[in-house]
Design a binder for this molecule. Structure first.
Ligand code: PRP
Ligand code: URA
Length: 208
């Protein structure tokens, strides 16, 4: 599908397998989420613009390149917390925004409880992170909030996506590409992704 990038790198797929395994304890789940997110970032950022600068090596002056724009990461609480360090390991200068959303268990609609975003979103490349794209309701709302704050270049990164969520997100925000490690089969009657990996927040934080 247009705008959907499934990252097939063997290391990403290898780590995703252990994230799916119900026997993986939360300590390993947390580490694997961080590592997998870092690997995904190579693909997400592969066409980010560069600008030329001059540096002096120990021998001579030379022209070289650095990222042209600042990067902002916006994480969807709470499970997005598990991914943020994987990105900050590689882009330590990124500013970090937080969007607090939880899914109402009955309606599956997202409920907003916290928003704090960097001020200069319009001048940065924004990467929104949440491990799970299920109905897509949370991602659609988070992207809406980020756009309201002025963001123009936005990418959405998750670990597992359902076809329902991809369709929803692409229909509401066709300008936002999706990056995922897997496109799974479908949602179950409770809005969980099948085969999925369960409740990402609970598995990250050991709350169930
Ligand atoms: C999970 C997940 C996403 C959302 C995805 O969060 O981390 O934010 O569900 O579902 P959707 O695509 O149908 O909106 P949850 O609501 O369980 O909150 P939590 O991270 O605080 O546990
Ligand atoms: N949120 C999760 O954490 N897992 C799912 O499968 C769906 C939504």
């Amino acid at each position: 599908m247009n705008g959907l990038n499934i990252i097939q790198h063997p290391l990403v797929q290898h780590k995703l397998t252990f994230l799916r395994d119900r026997n993986t304890p939360h300590t390993d789940f947390r580490r694997l989420t961080r590592e997998l997110t870092g690997f995904m970032l190579y693909e997400v950022m592969k066409d980010f613009p560069l600008q030329e600068i001059e540096v002096e090596t120990p021998l001579i002056k030379t022209k070289t390149q650095v990222l042209a724009r600042e990067i902002s990461i916006v994480l969807i609480l709470r499970a997005g917390l598990g991914m943020v360090d994987g990105l900050l390991d590689l882009v330590p200068s990124a500013r970090v925004g937080h969007v607090g959303l939880y899914r109402d268990e009955k309606t599956l609609h997202p409920v907003e409880y916290y928003v704090k975003l960097p001020q200069n979103l319009s001048e940065t490349d924004v990467i929104i992170i949440d491990p799970m794209l299920a109905t897509g309701g949370s991602a659609v709302d988070a992207i809406h909030l980020v756009k309201e704050s002025g963001a123009k270049t936005i990418r959405f990164v998750c670990m597992v996506a359902a076809p329902e969520g991809v369709r929803n997100l692409r229909s509401k925000h066709s300008d936002v590409p999706i990056y995922t490690a897997a496109l799974d089969e479908r949602l179950n009657e409770n809005g969980y992704i099948l085969p999925g990996l369960g409740d990402a927040g609970d598995r990250l934080f050991g709350t169930k």
